[in-house]
Ligand binder design. Sequence first.
Ligand SMILES: [Zn+2]
Length: 126
Amino acid sequence: MKRLLANARTRVVRAYRRARNSHAKSRVSQVVVLADRSGLPEHLDPRCVYVLGATTPKWALLDCPCGRGHTIELNLANPARTRWTVTANTAGQPSVHPSIDYRGNPRCHYWLRDGRIHWVPNRTRS
Ligand SMILES: [Zn+2]
């Protein structure tokens, strides 16, 4: 009986993840390094994380994978604010640390790990 419940819960979680991923672009496959904002395309490619600052990375920009078309800007350098780190694995797929948390309505909260978006369920709003 316990096992049955555990299986049911796994199925629900999987269905939830499929639903989130079906309307969202869940793959971010590369990091693009640019000297400054003048190099940004008019529409950010949803498969890319753009890092601004060729010698010292200052900002990371990405098209939010929720699909609503807003841009996420992450501070990489300013010590007075939350600082993120963008890394790439050997395949060039980016990871971002800590999680990306856009406090909009709805909130967009997820991890980017090895090019994949891992959504954090939106149950609690703080
Ligand atoms: Zn979003």
